[in-house]
Design a protein around this ligand. Structure first.
Ligand SMILES: [Zn+2]
Length: 246
């Protein structure tokens, strides 16, 4: 058994057995891990607030053969502000669910940890939560090795639109080239803003104008790429966001 001290963000918490909680964390040291917090449902302890989803903390864990055990920790930030706004909460849960569903267990993921924490900070401050979400999606795809190819048509190299996005090849196709049924239109403004997110990340995000149409198309690029490359579908948080927004 080995003790590990690490910063971590609680992605998801679920009940385990009679009295325990299973806590999925994205840690700075060891990537995504699951830890059992023994007795945490029966007795209220000073760590109760730490073992809630969307909480940033410093954790002391014990690494066992198959699982980690939570020993103690220190609350750093509970992101309380996000809990009082359903749309922002929905986006925060979406970021966490993407990390939970797409990242392998126990593989170092320091860049994903920074991206997630940066995105949550931006989500608290930014006047346009959708803009933060689209920027997170581009950064997340890039770190996964799924950076969309946006420099012209994949087949003929044409720089002239209109363009379609082909999720099976992860890039653009022009109107003159054959395209598979799963491809869909993406506007010039959408392509420009995706390039901007990929190049600059969250830097000066507040001056970046995102139309509802571009937001929808970027989300479609992300959702379809994750579906084709990783088989990730039916995110609960996306259904929640649709309910909140309409
Ligand atoms: Zn072409």
């Amino acid at each position: 058994m080995k003790e590990i001290r690490t910063y971590g963000l609680v992605l998801h918490v679920r009940s385990f057995g009679e009295a325990d909680k299973l806590v999925t964390l994205l840690t700075q040291e060891t990537g995504k891990i699951t830890a059992v917090a023994k007795g945490s449902r029966k007795t209220k302890s000073k760590f109760s607030a730490l073992l809630e989803s969307l909480t940033l903390g410093k954790f002391l864990l014990l690494r066992g053969k198959t699982m980690y055990t939570f020993i103690q920790g220190e609350l750093i930030k509970p992101y309380t502000k996000l809990h009082f706004d359903l749309e922002r909460l929905g986006y925060a849960q979406y970021f966490c669910e993407l990390c939970e569903r797409c990242l392998p267990e126990g593989e170092p993921a320091e860049q994903f940890f920074s991206l997630l924490v940066t995105a949550l900070e931006a989500l608290e401050q930014d006047s346009c939560p959708a803009r933060v979400a689209r920027c997170f999606e581009m950064g997340f795809l890039d770190l996964l090795g799924l950076r969309p190819a946006l420099d012209g048509c994949l087949l003929c190299g044409s720089q002239a639109g209109p363009f379609y996005f082909d999720p099976s090849q992860g890039g653009l196709l022009c109107a003159n080239c054959p395209r598979p049924a799963e491809s869909f239109p993406v506007g010039a403004a959408t392509i420009a803003i995706m390039k901007r997110f990929l190049a600059l990340g969250f830097t000066k995000l507040s001056v970046c104008h995102l139309s509802p149409e571009a937001s929808e198309q970027i989300q479609q690029v992300s959702t379809k790429l994750l579906e084709y490359a990783l088989g990730v579908v039916n995110l609960k948080s996306l259904r929640f966001l649709q309910q909140v927004n309409f």
